[in-house]
Design a protein around this ligand. Structure first.
Ligand SMILES: [Zn+2]
Length: 360
């Protein structure tokens, strides 16, 4: 009484909202009319059955939303980019769903559980790497072809595209290694959750099979030998019974930790997807410009820096836009993470270098 309720001067008591909800639930009152009749002594209200029949609610949740963040980077992610990132993120779903099942399996050894987790992560890495490899290569080649198209339109004869594209290889290496790293970090977290649960399970096993029927029905009273989790949950849910609290700590605690681990990986996959998607198209376009400008003696071109053009564009990017256009080899790198500025349509010059300089 002292902890939850305060007596007011009107002889009414103010109680915690959750406790009120709990009392209504347990009392079996169906509606206000029935309650009024009960107060007048004209009706009976049957309290509901034992608390064990009540479903256990999760105290709080880190909800994993396997969706790309539309606000990642500057504004203006295209639908294609978001679809791509969504596709990558969805490969986390089997990891999330299966791990939750694996961890509470009774008929599987810890070693076998680790084998299953390893397999899930291997598949995740392989699948994401496959999609990344294809998409990054395609976008690089599309960027390259777009620049070739402009040069061709300006009536220059195109040199053959070199088979070796080290700029593409570099992006691929960055992306594929990063995917592997995301997978392995996630595996490390899941291994830790699995192992810690196994270590804790040894404390729990001694208590099993000795259920005291008196204890089962009553509200739980924390004991010294309770786990930290059980003590915490008992504080958050004073109305729960000991078996309910134990059950939560056995199952949902790990559920929540798995959610957190996967959610973290999701944010990394999303960020990796955005960077790779933007950089690959830009790199192919600029690399073609460098190669064509070198390969065609009479070709001189400059490429403008184009910002998203809205109020969110930062001063650095506005400066780069104002300082352009640039020779392909002078085109500046990204000014910050999440940038969506892009190299625009090239400007071609036929004439002396002086004239070009004048333009600049
Ligand atoms: Zn910027």
């Amino acid at each position: 009484m002292k902890d939850c309720c305060t007596q007011t001067h009107e002889n009414k008591i103010a109680i915690d909202g959750r406790l009120l909800q709990y009392l209504i639930l347990k009392s079996g009152i169906k509606n206000l009319k029935e309650f009024e009749l009960w107060v007048e002594g004209k009706a009976q209200i049957q309290p509901l059955a034992t608390p064990q029949t009540q479903p256990i609610q999760k105290a709080k949740t880190t909800k994993v939303e396997l969706k790309p963040n539309p606000n990642l980077g500057e504004e203006g992610a295209t639908k294609e980019e978001l679809n791509y990132r969504q596709l990558l993120i969805l490969y986390l779903k089997p990891v999330l769903d299966s791990t939750k099942k694996i961890i509470i399996k009774d008929d599987t050894t810890l070693q076998q559980k680790h084998v299953e987790i390893n397999k899930l992560i291997e598949n995740f890495i392989a699948n994401v790497q496959r999609v990344v490899q294809t998409t990054i290569t395609t976008r690089y080649n599309e960027g390259y072809a777009r620049m070739e198209g402009y040069v061709k339109k300006a009536k220059y004869k195109l040199p053959t595209k070199p088979k070796e594209q080290p700029r593409l290889d570099t992006i691929l290496m960055q992306q594929l290694m990063n995917v592997e790293d995301i997978g392995l970090v996630l595996r490390g977290k899941l291994r830790q959750i699995l192992n810690i649960k196994a270590v804790h399970d040894f404390y729990e096993q001694t208590k099993q099979g000795k259920a005291d029927p008196e204890k089962v029905k009553k509200q739980a009273t924390p004991k010294a030998n309770w786990t930290v989790c059980m003590k915490r949950i008992a504080r958050e849910h004073p109305e729960w019974t000991e078996p309910e609290i134990r059950k939560w700590c056995e199952v949902f605690q790990y559920d929540e930790e798995i959610d957190k681990a996967v959610d973290d990986s999701k944010r990394r996959v999303d960020a990796l997807g955005m960077f790779g998607y933007l950089e690959s198209g830009k790199a192919g376009y600029l690399q073609a410009a460098v190669i064509l400008a070198l390969g065609i003696t009479e070709l001189t071109m400059k490429i403008p820096w184009v910002t998203m053009g809205d109020a969110n564009v930062c001063p650095d990017c506005l400066d780069r836009e104002a300082e352009g256009p640039y020779y392909p080899e002078d085109y500046p790198e990204d000014q910050h993470y999440g940038e969506r500025c892009y190299p625009g349509e090239p400007v071609f010059f036929k004439g002396t270098l002086e004239e070009v300089w004048e333009y600049a």
